[in-house]
Design a protein around this ligand. Structure first.
Ligand code: DGY
Length: 327
């Protein structure tokens, strides 16, 4: 890469601590303000730090809204290392001619792996069983000790059949001999349905009623707010499992906790939360619920690939080339 003279170099904020060797690629062409302590900026701090920058490298924890953009007149590109973009006001960016890029594809398989891990852990009660053992409560083998639900041969309903939903469907059909139903805004082509183990499209109520396990993998939008509430949970099969790797706002957490307490649901697994990183105490008190801190894409190779793609997008825009993965 050709180094750019110091005076012409654009300024970029890397808003969180990111693999230094990957950020070094940015330093070849830009003045980088890094965040080595990984502190989360308050909205005011983020505004101040971005005020003189042309580029922003962000994660899902940094909110980019109109008020912030108004304070950052030089900003040309916002690159998030996430695939989800619900933390960015896309219309406000477009109105100001700011390019937004994200990080699709590189996390698909890793995230699908984790969706399955959460499904298995919830339905087979892995978390409870481990806590029980560690607490020294295991005194004998018992016939129904932590007896859970089967995954293999069951019906999986996937809500949101984008790249990640499809990768989950392939695992379900090929690896676990599951029947796959899906709900999506648009029905997929027959070729994609066939590739996803003969996945069948359903309206949401039908999917909820027919599935033994329901997995949420849809992108977040205001229309998805509390898509799964008390009414939807009541449609699910008694003893069914619910897994959410989408965004916390998709599920009414109080209704979910209630459905677990009253035994209507068999189990649930959540990787995302409405107020994360704060977790609603009703969830912490609910039985048969596996909780993880938004780590579905967190394998080391994948997090590195996400960061690299975010840097490559920044470099492209700052050097006058089209971004690799614009939103
Ligand atoms: C994403 O990329 O949107 C994930 O939720 C963050 O890992």
């Amino acid at each position: 890469m050709t180094s750019v003279a110091h005076s012409e170099r654009p300024r970029v904020l890397v808003a969180r601590a990111v693999f230094p060797d990957i950020i070094d690629l940015l330093r070849e062409v830009a003045e980088v303000e890094a965040t080595p302590d990984d502190a989360i900026s308050t909205p005011e701090t983020l505004r101040r730090r971005l005020a003189d920058k042309q580029g922003a490298f962000i994660t899902g924890s940094e909110r980019i809204d109109a008020a912030l953009l108004d304070a950052c007149p030089l900003l040309r590109v916002v690159s998030t290392m996430t695939v989800g973009v619900d933390h960015i006001d896309l219309a406000a960016c477009a109105a100001r001619g700011i390019i937004v890029t994200h990080a699709p594809d590189v996390l698909t398989e890793t995230t699908a792996d984790f969706g399955f891990a959460l499904l298995l852990a919830a339905a087979r009660r892995v978390g409870e069983a481990e806590r029980y053992l560690r607490a020294g409560q295991w005194t004998k083998w018992s016939v129904d000790l932590f007896a859970g639900a089967d995954i293999h041969g069951a019906t999986l309903g996937i809500v949101g059949m984008g790249r990640i939903g499809q990768a989950i469907a392939r695992r379900a059909a090929l690896g676990f001999d599951m029947r796959v139903l899906y709900h999506n805004r648009n029905r997929l082509s027959e070729a994609i349905e066939a590739d996803c183990g003969g996945a069948q499209h359903r309206a949401l109520p039908a999917l909820l009623a027919e599935s033994d396990h329901v997995l949420l993998a849809l992108p977040y939008s205001p229309q998805a707010y509390h898509l799964i509430g008390a009414g939807e949970l009541a449609l699910m099969k008694p003893g069914a499992t619910l897994v959410n790797i989408a965004r916390g706002g998709v599920v009414d957490e109080a209704a979910l906790a209630q459905a677990l307490h009253n035994g209507r649901l068999g189990a649930a697994g959540l990787d995302v939360f409405e107020g994360e990183p704060a977790v609603n105490p009703v969830l912490l008190a609910a039985p048969r619920l596996v909780l993880t801190p938004h780590i579905a894409s967190s394998s080391l190779p994948t997090r590195r690939a996400m960061a690299r793609l975010a840097v490559d997008n920044l470099l492209a825009v700052l050097q006058g080339r089209p971004p690799l993965t614009p939103v």
